[in-house]
Design a protein around this ligand. Structure first.
Ligand code: BG6
Length: 484
């Protein structure tokens, strides 16, 4: 028997971004407003440790009337819109095989429910994908990454309304046909589980008037499940070569102790998290959710045919983000640890990032193996990385040894998981070029190999600088992960 030595040939090394945090040009080229354009930056001294991404209908109306004096960083991102050639050339210099980005839905359908797409928006992504292909870099495209057209929120309450399924299918149909010879890898919804944790972010849903907000957000999630399956079906009809995946914000939860009560609690937390991939990969609602739904007064309205759709059109692969793990205890405690949308309890064995996220490379190996045991489907890590403060030296260099250390340890564990037998397609670390933070809208929370000169208020030259990690990752890619 031959030992697997490491990453397979053709492993897809790259990095990830999302339009609303990266692209900017929020009101150019015929783009409509999206939910992300309504999120303002609140400095840390005002917001404390937490953050809020929820925007109410009243707040949106006030913003639309131009009565708010604030910075809205997701409107300008880091201006990839005007820098895409330079940015893609830098990624190519690192040897990227794949580049994850999202199409901003509101750039293609400014109101979400328009009869015709915006040609100028389509042309922009044509140019971006052509630029990638020039360097033999595959685009990996997310159809929906926290950028629901704002009109869908105001008119339909976003994904809470079943009619949004058809608007999404129309959008997917448009971009699938347009880019069918340019893009092979697709993700339907970024971190689909966020719909229940931050419904506005995940699906443009306002829950402020809902009798049972949790029920409404699971209902919106059901609409996204159906939409995702129908779009998977459609994509395969348009181009049978398409690989279409789901995407989960995975947070593995360990029991705090070996007390069986804690073990049971951790299992429950993991089920609530894995529910989404269970539906999208196995094609049905798992029975463990019945009790959860009953206890939370949740009844999902399903239409005839929905179950068959979910069963008939599951995803081709499973992708996920992995930043941290947490623990669970049967006892209540204030020993809380918070990620951006997901929280749990502290683990005394783990160190934390500047933002308090627990760093757990071995947890990644465990997570990969657990996923593969559960589904036997190819896996793709489409987000992972360290948000940190960077310092630019006088000569323009950036010594981000902490980031290299984080990534190196995670990639090492990925490799172990591959040797353990996991079918892993690729790795796109988050924010390969610095971009605006999803949770706090800060620019100072940086993930990239490439620094962008811009501060939290949006001041700066937007100049791109290579960090030490740029050269390190280039070597990782050129040796297919053998030199870390
Ligand atoms: C994921 C999101 O939750 O985490 C990204 O898909 C996000 O959009 C990333 O940027 C990192 O989180 P944050 O809040 O540090 O930007």
């Amino acid at each position: 028997m031959k030992k697997i030595e490491g990453f397979p040939e053709g492993f897809l090394w790259g990095g990830a971004t999302a339009a609303n945090q990266f692209e900017g040009a929020y009101n150019l080229g015929g783009k409509g407003l999206s939910t992300a354009d309504m999120v303002k930056f609140v400095p840390k001294k005002e917001r404390g440790e937490g953050f809020s991404l929820d925007v109410s209908r009243t707040e949106i109306e006030v913003i639309l009337n131009g009565k708010v004096e604030a910075v809205f960083p997701k409107r300008f991102g880091v201006d990839f819109y005007h820098h895409y050639k330079e940015d893609i050339a830098l990624l190519a210099e690192m040897g990227f095989k794949i580049f994850r980005l999202s199409i901003n839905w509101a750039r293609i359908f400014p109101n979400g429910d328009d009869a015709k797409p915006n040609e100028e928006g389509l042309v922009f992504y044509d140019k971006v994908f052509d630029e990638c292909l020039k360097y033999d870099m595959e685009p990996l495209v997310t159809l929906s990454h926290y950028e629901t057209p704002l009109n869908l929120t105001m008119k339909y309450n976003g994904w809470a309304d079943r009619r949004v399924i058809d608007f999404f299918i129309n959008y997917a149909d448009t971009v699938f046909r347009r880019y069918k010879n340019k893009v092979k890898y697709w993700l339907t919804f970024n971190e689909i589980n966020i719909i229940t944790l931050s419904p506005y972010t995940g699906g443009g849903v306002l829950v402020e008037d809902a009798e049972n907000p949790l029920e409404l957000s699971y209902q919106a999630g059901h609409h996204q499940f159906v939409a995702s399956s129908l779009v998977t079906k459609l994509g395969h009809e348009i181009n049978p070569e398409f690989k279409i995946g789901c995407m989960l914000a995975r947070m593995t939860t360990y029991p705090e102790t070996n007390n069986p009560e804690d073990v049971l609690k951790a299992q429950k937390e993991n089920q609530i998290n894995l529910f989404f991939t269970d539906v999208q990969a196995r094609g049905e609602y798992p029975s463990y959710m019945n009790r959860y739904f009953y206890e939370n007064n949740i009844t999902i309205q399903k239409e005839r045919g929905d179950e068959e759709i979910l069963k008939t059109y599951p995803v081709d692969f499973i992708s996920f983000s992995y930043y941290m793990t947490a623990t669970a205890s049967s006892k209540s405690s204030d020993n809380q640890v918070n990620g951006n949308f997901i929280s749990g309890m502290k683990n005394t064995y783990l160190e934390t990032s500047d933002w308090g996220w627990q760093i757990d490379p071995i947890g990644l190996r465990w997570t990969l193996k657990d996923f593969y045991d559960r589904y036997q489907l190819p896996l793709f890590i489409v987000e992972n990385g360290l948000g940190a403060y960077d310092k630019v030296e006088e000569d323009g260099s950036i010594h981000d040894a902490y980031r290299i250390d984080y990534l190196q340890k995670h990639i090492e564990q990925m490799k172990e998981a591959v040797i353990d037998g996991v079918d892993l397609m690729g790795y796109t670390s988050w924010g390969c070029i610095d971009l605006v933070s999803a949770s706090t809208s800060e620019m100072s929370k940086r993930y990239g190999y490439i620094y962008v000169d811009q501060d939290d208020e949006g001041n700066g030259t937007l100049k791109r600088l290579k960090k030490d990690s740029f050269y390190w990752y280039k070597k990782v890619i050129s040796t297919n992960g053998n030199e870390l």
